[in-house]
Design a protein around this ligand. Structure first.
Ligand code: SAM
Length: 226
């Protein structure tokens, strides 16, 4: 190999490494924004999720059995898009908790008319340590959040605790196979198989667990019955 060939080989490998390095940093930044959206980028990310995950919002809303008396807790509401769809299906009472203060403000702004009517409230909170009394809610929903909980088992048992007897927890997720296809889910995402989702539910004390496919296997709706 001539000096120049060696030089070219080295510089093209160096470039590849540099690009790989940059992509991995961008991926980690995306993952951290998904797990705790903040600032302008957080708003753009959650806005694009509203579009990309259409099939999941539709799937969870179609499945919900709600009446004007239903008390819902939504965990990790992001920009509050799901709550808007739920209330358009039926009037009910929705409490949202999220660990991102920016998202609390954004969701409150989007849904101000429902806050004014007393149907919604948004607050800071972590599902691994809920401030609500036992058996407060008829329904708990969450979409694309379980990957980010610090203590998944604790989050599941907290949700079980705040649900009334016969209450239902709807957990909408992107399947592990599909999450694995995204470049930004290598770090910062906990990914679970269907069997692991079932196991988590059983350990948290749920009585029955059902899994529905959302879209062409893109997402899953795991329905846990207390
Ligand atoms: C990918 S976004 C999904 C937002 C919304 N559910 C949706 O699908 O449009 C994840 C959201 O979960 C929130 N989150 C992450 N961990 C949480 C936790 N332990 N408790 C409550 N919210 C959490 C994040 O702040 C973020 O708003």
């Amino acid at each position: 190999m001539s000096f120049w060939e060696m030089y070219e080989d080295l510089s093209s490998n160096g470039l590849k490494e540099m690009v790989a390095n940059k992509m991995s940093k961008i991926g980690d930044y995306f993952a951290s924004q998904c797990g705790n959206p903040h600032g302008v980028i957080g708003k753009i990310m959650t806005w694009s999720m509203n579009r990309a995950n259409n099939v999941m919002y539709k799937g969870i809303v179609d499945e919900l059995k709600i009446s004007p008396k239903t008390q819902i807790l939504d965990v990790g509401f992001g920009n509050g898009y799901l709550e808007k769809l739920i209330i358009q299906k039926s009037r009910c009472f929705i409490t949202g908790i999220d660990i991102s203060e920016d998202m609390v403000n954004k969701a409150a702004e989007t849904n101000r008319r429902y806050i004014a009517s007393g149907n919604m409230k948004f607050q800071l909170g972590d599902c691994c340590d809920l401030s609500f009394k036992d058996k407060t809610f008829d329904v708990v929903t969450t979409m694309n959040t379980i990957y980010f909980w610090n203590d998944t088992a604790k989050g599941m048992s907290e949700i079980n605790r705040v649900l009334k007897d016969n209450g239902i927890f709807y957990n909408a997720v992107i399947s592990k196979e599909n999450l694995d296809k995204f470049f930004y889910t290598k770090n910062g995402f906990k990914k679970f198989t269907k069997d692991e989702y079932i196991e988590l539910g059983k350990k948290a004390g749920f009585r029955r667990i059902r899994i529905k496919k959302l879209g062409n296997n893109y997402g899953l709706l795991i329905i846990y019955m207390k």
